[in-house]
Each structure stands twice: as C-alpha cells, then as structure tokens.
Design a binder for this molecule. Sequence first.
Ligand SMILES: NC(=O)c1ccc[n+]([C@@H]2O[C@H](COP(=O)([O-])OP(=O)(O)OC[C@H]3O[C@@H](n4cnc5c(N)ncnc54)[C@H](OP(=O)(O)O)[C@@H]3O)[C@@H](O)[C@H]2O)c1
Length: 282
Amino acid sequence: MSGYKNFAIVGAGTLGNYIVQQFLKEKAVGTVNDVVVLTRQGSKTTLVGDAKVIPVDYSNPGSIKNALTGVHVVICTISGAALDVQRKIAEAAKEAGVKLFIPSEFGGITEGETEGLFGQKANIQDELKVLGIPYTFFYTGPFADYIWAPFLNLDITSGKVSVGGDGNKPISFTSRPDIARYLSYVLTHFPPEQLKNKSFTIAGDNKSFNEIFKAYERKTAKKLEVTYVPVSELDAKLATNPEDISTYLHKFWATTGPFPRTDNHLYPDWNPTPVLDNLPVA
Ligand SMILES: NC(=O)c1ccc[n+]([C@@H]2O[C@H](COP(=O)([O-])OP(=O)(O)OC[C@H]3O[C@@H](n4cnc5c(N)ncnc54)[C@H](OP(=O)(O)O)[C@@H]3O)[C@@H](O)[C@H]2O)c1
C-alpha cells in the first residue's frame, strides 16, 4: 500500500471528472480519506459527485498552498494554455509538503519531445525534476471514449472522417474510466518507491484507424467517407500554424505507432475496454 490517503485533483474537466469519481468510490470503501478538487475562482465547471471543491487563485502561491495543505498526492488534469500553471502548482505543492505530483500528461510519451503540446509537457517534466518534488507520469494514448469528435475530424457518427498518413499505423488507446481506475489502483496500492520518479504507460487497446473504421462499418452497416491526409500536407499545415492541435495529433498518430511496451500487467485485474466498445453509435 502507498500510504497515500489524501488526493487533490486540479482542474476536473474532460478527464479529471472521471478521476474524481473514481477516487470518491475509493473514499466510499475507505481506501482513501480525502478527495479535494481545485478549481478557478468563479469557474462554472460542474462536477459530478460530492467532492470537496476549493476555489483557488492560481496567480497567488499562498492560495494554492493553503488548498494543498494536508494533501499527499496532487493529480493535475488541466490542459492547453493552462498547462503552464502547473509550475506554480508544483512549487506550492512542494511548500505544502505534498508527497507526489502527477503532471497533466495522459496522452503520448512526451519525454524527449521538444515541440508543440508534447514539448510543452516535456518542459514541465524537466521543471519538476529541477524543483525536486517526487513525480509520476502516466501515458495513456488517445482517449478511446472521447476523440471521436469534430475538432479532430473524427466525428464518426457524421459519416465523414479524416486521418493522417494511410490510416494503417496502430495506435494505443485508453478510455477515461479505464485511466481513472488504473491511476487509483497504482496510487493507492503501490509502495512510494515504486511510484516516485517513475512513469507508467498503459494501453486499453491497440488498433489502427482503418481497423476501427472497418469494424464500425460492419457494426453499423454504414459506409464511412475517409480522407487520408499525407504527412507532408500535415507538416505544411503545422509550419503555417504550429498551434493546430488536431494536425499535430494526426501527425503524431500517423508517424509514431503504438506504445512499444506497457505497464498494463502491473494491475492484473484492470481489463480495459476495447476501443470498438467505446465508439459512439449514431
Ligand atoms: N489522450 C487524449 O485523447 C486526450 C484528450 C483530451 C485531453 N488530454 C490531456 O488530458 C489532460 C487533461 O485535459 P482535459 O481535456 O481533461 O482538460 P480540460 O477539460 O480542458 O480542462 C480541465 C480543467 O482545467 C481547468 N482550467 C481551465 N483553464 C484553466 C486555467 N487557465 N488555469 C487553471 N485551470 C484551468 C478547468 O477547471 P475549473 O474550471 O474547475 O478551474 C477545466 O475544467 C491534458 O494533459 C490533455 O492534454 C488527452
């Protein structure tokens, strides 16, 4: 057992809400004592469940430190431009005596990346190492239950999708509930030395977009119109707009391949859901 009993989730949105729900379940059975959620003052975010919510002014280190006093593990689930706020959160967490800091990763392996979103996440990792607060990184691949959306040109229910490359490269996917279960398991069951300054790579399933599209067509008896965008075209788009997150991710998926190894086996009863079970149905 880790001995960690008090958890804070910072910015409970698309992913964090699932993590909050999972830790509330752990609280209900006595595995954890306290689950708090840090939120921006005046935020309109709605949480499912009854976690203790603490409004925080992230520009004020004292405000963050007060919210994290007594917390053993901080799990950051903020995103985009807000990722840089993690520097201040980590500094305040160290001051407050937090024992373990989980930065907002939850995608591809970012170690060694220098550009775009993953470069931004890798920078935060470097800063945690310099700060000297113990950390754990969780790599999950794209969320199997979330990415089928218009902003990624993957709204499968519309009948039209677009992917980078030839669509044949397998990708490691994990759903948000499966991520939340894995996280809560290792953070409560493993001894601190197995968690501190370690990374965990998990994959609910490995499938290429073409395999997924074919299976979807079989399941729904609907034909999908798939556009394949050459990687050279993705590169040209990124040169014009490096902030284009959809193009950035499609290039990453088209060129990287699945995780070479995973830590799925460390939670033998995990049993994640196959990606096909996570597809929306029109
Ligand atoms: N692998 C994938 O497919 C995938 C998909 C999506 C995201 N991700 C990754 O998962 C992580 C979490 O992303 P997400 O989509 O769950 O996050 P999100 O829903 O966009 O944001 C989470 C919360 O962050 C808080 N927040 C927003 N702006 C903020 C700011 N300027 N300063 C401080 N807090 C702010 C908000 O909470 P309050 O309003 O309560 O303050 C928000 O609900 C990120 O690392 C992201 O890159 C991965």
